[in-house]
Design a protein around this ligand. Structure first.
Ligand code: IPE
Ligand code: IPE
Ligand code: MG
Length: 260
């Protein structure tokens, strides 16, 4: 990764962009309109990451399970992806964004596949922001694929079963070339992972908001960041082990004796 980590700022942010459908339904409009409004929020989020020096952003755009939605909604989303790929890539490239896609991309129609490959090749040399779009992605599918890759290497004699460890699997997972997400944000009010980065989120700080994705604004992102900056990430260790050397612990709150 290019930029050194800044204290309190996540190097890698992962986002579940949820609530587009409800945003439209509350306005008595078709769900597809909510997805279109959601695309604007994507731009806002990317701009903010570039300004805040966040090196990597991973956005959950479409899950493995979302293929099961009504045909017209899936169709509208495909149209939206294609439009976004046609419209946004020039500007992303100009701003130094490297674009990658993770997920079962072979399920997409050929014109989308071609645009995805083109965008990846075109932006491969950029380093201002490493933007990954998870599309047709599922965390379980990601783990299953890594397991299959490991099995293929064992079958071909390239890997010994004794050498299968976390690192061997991690290298075969999506986003292997990035640090794992430091911060996870989910909009839309639900407190779940919905089959997003199951492996990669092991020690990610989770942050949830009721706000629907199309209503995303900077103050909300700033709130998430402020919350993240105040958290102590212990990774299974004790507070004393992870506290910076010489750090003074915060004073204990004084007890109001009259209440005792
Ligand atoms: C997230 O918004 C976008 C996709 C899953 C493609 P939803 O479409 O899930 O919106 P809600 O959760 O129904 O409001
Ligand atoms: C998660 O949202 C997937 C994306 C945002 C792309 P969903 O709306 O599909 O998740 P559930 O169904 O509420 O768990
Ligand atoms: Mg949803």
């Amino acid at each position: 990764m290019s930029a050194p980590p800044q204290p309190g700022v996540p190097r890698h942010l992962a986002v579940i962009m949820d609530g587009n459908g409800r945003w439209a339904e509350r306005r008595h409009r078709p769900r597809a309109l909510g997805h279109r409004a959601g695309a604007r929020a994507v731009n806002l989020c990317i701009d903010w990451c570039l300004r805040r020096g966040i090196a990597a952003l991973t956005l959950f755009a479409f899950s493995s399970e979302n293929w099961g939605r009504p045909e017209d909604e899936v169709g509208a989303l495909m149209k939206l992806f294609l439009n976004a790929l046609e419209r946004e890539v020039d500007e992303l490239h100009r701003r130094g964004v490297r674009l990658r896609f993770i997920g079962e991309r072979e399920r997409f129609p050929p014109e989308i596949l071609a645009r995805m490959a083109e965008a990846e090749t075109r932006t491969a040399g950029n380093a201002a922001l490493h933007l990954t779009i998870a599309a047709s992605y599922g965390g379980r599918q990601d783990i299953a694929r890594a397991a299959r890759a490991v099995a293929e290497d064992v079958a071909a004699g390239r890997l010994s079963p004794a050498d299968i460890d976390e690192a061997a699997i991690g290298r075969r997972m999506a986003l292997a070339e990035l640090p794992p997400p430091d911060l996870f944000i989910r909009t839309g009010g639900d407190h779940r992972i919905s089959n997003f980065l199951l492996w990669q989120l092991a020690y990610t700080e989770l942050w949830f908001t009721e706000l629907l994705w199309p209503d995303l604004d900077e103050p909300t992102l700033e709130r998430a960041l402020a919350d993240f900056a105040g958290r102590e990430r212990r990774f299974g260790l004790t507070s004393a082990q992870v506290a910076p050397a010489g750090a003074v612990p915060p004073p204990l709150p004084t007890l109001d004796r009259t209440d005792a």
